[in-house]
Every structure is written in structure tokens, then in C-alpha cells.
Write a protein that binds this ligand. Structure first.
Ligand SMILES: C[S@@+](CC[C@H](N)C(=O)[O-])C[C@H]1O[C@@H](n2cnc3c(N)ncnc32)[C@H](O)[C@@H]1O
Length: 228
């Protein structure tokens, strides 16, 4: 008889500001962060190639650049953060904004090894809170902003996130980027209306289709919006 592998609940977290609930589960050696209710899986340790591609594509212009500054929106399991650290020089800084404090704790604990403990890197700074709060200064601060807080350019984790993808917000994000800076956004689908919004916010826009894992699996889209 085939042995069933149990799914073990490792943790639960309430998303701030009347959000839903996140759970962290483990099945065999794999982890999943899910939104309880109808939404389902937010991130799995089985598939992370497109999360890595978000950093590789969004930071491609930073190879060898001293003192680069990168913002990662959404820690998840740390794959995007880990790949951003790989992509930038030793003198650079990568700020990761994470809305749910428990996600940071999970990354210090059981999730840490998934992406090679990127929180331990001395170039990492953690901002506990909504990534949108960091856009309020409107000062050209970052060489790259890498956003993966939802499943695409519409609210998924939290209703408040819908404002992030508005034309006004995209103008604000553009103002946060240094000359030749890049905003990269992860999406589970291609949304032509988002390309239009990015263009309206005066970005140079392209997108790449990447596979979920090692050239296989679902097709995901990485939007690359450059300051020209
Ligand atoms: C899909 S996961 C990110 C996966 C990540 N790219 C990785 O490599 O594992 C989304 C993450 O964004 C966080 N999040 C959602 N909305 C946020 C917001 N407005 N500000 C900061 N973090 C947010 C979630 O709690 C979750 O940890």
C-alpha cells in the first residue's frame, strides 16, 4: 500500500489591516505559504525559477555597479531576495519589505535554507510593513524595485495592494527610481492593460515570459519598466 505523506501545519499569521490569514505548511521536504479560504497557494518551495528570474532580469543592469540599492517587495520564501543579492556587488544594499512579521520569522527559521539564508547577508535590510509606505518619500533612491507581493498586477494577498498598480502609484514608483532604474513586476499571467498603464507612467516597457521551474511548468510574466 502506498504511504501517504502528511501535510504538517508549521504556522499561521493574520495579514495586517483586515487581511486574511496565511499558513505555512510542510509536506515531505517542501514548504508552502497559502492564503486560507478560496485564494490558495501564494508561494511554494518546489517552484521558484520565475521568482529568481524577477531579480536576474530586474537587476541585469547592475552587474559590477558599486553601491547599488535595490528594493524587493515581498519576502515570501526569500528566492527573489537571494537572487537580488547574487546579482549586485558587495557594496550594494537590498531592502526587503514584508507586510507580515511572521513571514520574516519563518525565514529566520524553517524557510531559511530554501534560498540560502538571504536574511543573514550583511547587505540585507528588512522593512517590516507595506512596501507602499516606502514610496511616500518620492526621492530617487533605488536602482531596481522588484515587486512580487501578489499573483500579478492586481490585489491578491491584500485588498490594499490594488492601489499599488494604479497609474498614480506607478508615477510615484518611477520617481523612486534613480536614472536608468528598473521596476520589475512578477505576474502569473500577461495583462496588456498593465503594459499600457506602465507606458502612461512614462516607463520604457518590455516583458519576458519565464517558466515556473527549470524551463518547465506554468508560464509567468516579468514586466520590465525602465526609466529612460
Ligand atoms: C508571492 S510571495 C513573494 C515570493 C517571493 N518573491 C519569493 O521569492 O519567495 C508574496 C509576499 O509578499 C508579502 N506581501 C503582500 N503584500 C505586501 C505589501 N503590500 N508589502 C510588503 N509585503 C507584502 C506577502 O506576505 C508574501 O510574503
Amino acid at each position: 500500500m502506498k504511504k501517504t505523506i502528511p501535510t504538517v501545519l508549521l504556522g499561521k499569521a493574520i495579514i495586517p489591516n483586515d487581511g486574511g490569514e496565511l499558513t505555512l505548511t510542510q509536506r515531505d521536504g517542501d514548504f508552502a505559504i497559502s492564503l486560507t479560504g478560496v485564494h490558495g497557494e501564494l508561494m511554494s518551495s518546489r517552484m521558484y525559477s520565475s521568482e529568481v528570474a524577477l531579480s536576474e532580469l530586474g537587476c541585469a543592469h547592475l552587474e559590477g555597479v558599486e553601491n547599488a540599492k535595490v528594493l524587493v517587495g515581498g519576502l515570501g520564501m526569500g528566492f527573489t531576495l537571494g537572487a537580488a543579492l547574487q546579482a549586485v556587488s558587495i557594496s550594494s544594499e537590498v531592502v526587503v519589505a514584508e507586510l507580515v512579521p511572521e513571514v520574516v520569522e519563518w525565514n529566520k527559521g524553517p524557510l531559511g535554507e530554501c534560498a540560502g539564508r538571504p536574511l543573514d547577508d550583511t547587505r540585507t535590510r528588512v522593512y517590516l510593513g507595506d512596501v507602499a509606505e516606502l514610496f511616500l518619500t518620492q526621492q530617487a533612491t533605488y536602482d531596481a524595485i522588484l515587486l512580487d507581493v501578489d499573483n500579478g498586477p492586481e490585489a491578491f494577498t491584500h485588498d490594499d495592494n490594488s492601489a499599488l498598480y494604479s497609474i498614480d502609484s506607478l508615477h510615484t514608483i518611477r520617481a523612486m527610481l534613480r536614472p536608468k532604474g528598473v521596476l520589475a513586476v512578477w505576474s502569473a499571467w500577461h495583462d496588456p492593460s498593465f503594459t499600457k498603464k506602465l507606458k502612461k507612467a512614462r516607463f520604457d516597457v518590455s516583458y519576458k515570459t519565464v517558466r515556473a521551474h527549470k524551463g518547465k511548468g506554468s508560464k509567468h510574466t516579468i514586466y520590465l519598466a525602465k526609466v529612460n
